[in-house]
Design a protein around this ligand. Structure first.
Ligand SMILES: [Zn+2]
Length: 194
């Protein structure tokens, strides 16, 4: 294994971490976490039990990835963004946590802005883009750009991170990838390329 864990961080026994992954200062990876290759975790990051994280994921400072959350490859978590895993917590009425956790899935390539919140039980589509401070409380389509509290869709984002203007052109001005808007608010890339 050739990953890097800073001396100030805790990697609990049993945790799986892929090659080339880096975990920086004051972080904690719990024993049943599974983390892929070439990920980068900033300062003060927590990864809970049974959390699955793909390859090439980038997590900025002060992010807690609680049990119930799954991140696919190349997800970006902005600084101090928040995941949750319990819809109705009460300190005075504790539940069996394993039964109350709702799953959150963040799909391939999507980005979550600084200080945004992803309420549990939601799926963030691939290459979606969540603006800083947004609160996501329902499923997000692929390539959708979401902003506000609660978040609503304000547009579409290209794979490359450039905002698309579909009324003007189906092609990204920055990288020339082409898209097609289907029924049911579904955007697909025409000729798939990386
Ligand atoms: Zn583009």
């Amino acid at each position: 294994m050739t990953f890097f864990i800073h001396d100030s961080s805790y990697l609990d026994e049993g945790a799986k971490v892929g090659n080339g992954t880096k975990v920086w200062h004051f972080s904690h990876i719990m024993s049943k976490a599974e983390i892929g290759e070439k990920c980068n975790f900033g300062q003060n990051v927590f990864v809970g039990n049974n959390v699955k994280i793909g390859n090439g994921v980038k997590v900025q400072n002060n992010v807690s990835i609680y049990e119930g959350v799954e991140l696919e490859d190349y997800v970006f978590c902005g600084p101090s963004m928040v995941f949750t895993n319990d819809m109705n917590p009460r300190a005075a009425f504790p539940k069996d946590p394993r039964q109350s956790y709702l799953k959150t899935l963040v799909k391939y390539g999507s980005s979550i802005g600084a200080n945004a919140t992803i309420v549990c039980g939601t799926t963030v589509g691939k290459w979606a883009f969540i603006a800083a401070g947004a609160v996501i409380n329902k499923d997000v389509p692929d390539y959708a750009m979401m902003a506000g509290v609660p978040a609503r869709q304000i547009g579409w984002m290209c794979k490359c991170g450039n905002k698309l203007d579909l009324e003007e052109s189906q092609q990204c001005k920055s990288c020339n990838r082409e898209y097609e808007l289907l029924k049911d608010n579904q955007l697909v890339e025409k000729s798939v390329q990386l």
